[in-house]
Design a binder for this molecule. Structure first.
Ligand code: F6P
Length: 323
């Protein structure tokens, strides 16, 4: 009987539990034995392995976070740490591991394969949606909705008090959340990496806007480009207007996954089990244009040019609609 492990790694994302549930039940359905590895790669190093059955994943489909817990393991980045992790794989007789996580998690899985031939299949789960080989990663759209809900509420004060609000959203290097909440929340502007338009241009636009009667602004900042307090300071100094910074932070990672993410997680869990039954390894399952796609980790961790192009297109629409 094949025995697989499941772990969640890196930043938690809403829908990770739905993926754990799907992998566990699909694997059991296919006659496999399932072990849960707690705290991601760190738990693999420390041999934190638990038995899983169909009932271990009851009532978690709609819960945020991850029942397996997650971590960013610095020890796994060392060869010695990976050696210890390999010993756990051997000790528990794990044939394959399903790694639910993002970019860093897949980099780790790839090195693990190269050094110790540990077989893994990845499921993309990160609110950043910064992985190539899948149009969406689990949790990203729930995070957009969470940030949007906050921005809709902030708008009431923005318009009542006629101020400029600078709202920072998560996204490390990729502005998936910023671009979407900018468009869906009717922001006046979005600051994000790889855009030529900069803060100085924006201050000039604000001054011009005031002259023609515009009174309030919502500016979304993607964390990869600057922090909300620093952007707010610059705008205040240049324009002399009332400006408030808001950092939405980790609320974007929490909460119940939206239907979209539950469905995505359930599909990818199913696909991951199929992929490992077919003998795939060192690769990630994803959905591209509604079709299953298996992408080697080496490709998955590269920047996705198509996603960047789409971001730029959506941003152009935001600017037109903000006039
Ligand atoms: O990768 C998800 C993410 O939330 C990023 O958007 C953010 O930059 C980072 O994780 C924050 O990490 P941590 O929770 O470790 O502070």
């Amino acid at each position: 009987m094949k025995r697989i492990g499941i772990l969640t790694s890196g930043g938690d994302a809403p829908g990770m539990n739905a993926a754990i549930r799907s992998v566990t039940r699909c694997a059991i359905h296919s006659g496999m034995e399932v072990k849960g590895i707690l705290r991601g790669y760190q738990g693999l190093i420390n041999n934190e392995v638990i038995d899983m059955d169909a009932r271990s994943v009851s009532n978690i489909l709609g819960r945020g976070g991850t029942i397996l817990k997650t971590a960013r393991s610095e020890e796994f980045m060392t060869e010695d740490g990976r050696k210890k992790a390999f010993e756990t794989v051997e000790k528990n007789g794990l044939d394959d591991i399903v790694v639910i996580g993002g970019n860093g998690s897949f980099q780790g899985a790839h090195i693990f394969w190269k050094e110790f031939k540990v077989r893994t299949i990845g499921i993309p789960a990160t609110i950043d949606n910064d992985i190539s080989g899948s149009d969406y990663s689990i949790g990203a759209y729930t995070a957009v909705n969470t940030a949007l809900d906050a921005i809709d509420k902030i708008r009431d004060t923005v318009t009542s008090m006629e101020r400029i609000y600078v709202i920072e959203v998560m996204g490390r290097e990729e502005p998936f959340i910023a671009i979407r909440v900018g468009l869906a929340g009717g922001a006046e502007d979005v600051l994000f990496p790889y855009n030529e338009y900069n803060i100085e241009d924006m201050c000039e636009d604000i001054i011009l806007g005031r002259k023609i009667g515009k009174i309030s602004w919502i500016i979304v900042v993607s964390e990869g480009v600057a922090s909300a307090p620093s952007v707010a300071d610059i705008i205040r100094k240049r324009t002399n207007f009332s400006v408030r910074p808001i950092v939405l932070g980790h609320i974007q990672r929490g909460g119940a996954p939206e239907a979209f993410d539950r469905i995505l997680a359930s599909r990818l869990g199913f696909n991951a089990v199929e992929a490992l039954l077919e003998g795939h390894t060192d690769a990630m399952v994803g959905i591209v244009s509604e079709e299953l796609k298996i992408t080697p980790y080496e490709e998955a961790i590269k920047k996705d040019c198509k996603k960047r192009l789409l971001n730029e297109k959506l941003y152009k629409i935001t600017k037109v609609l903000a006039t």
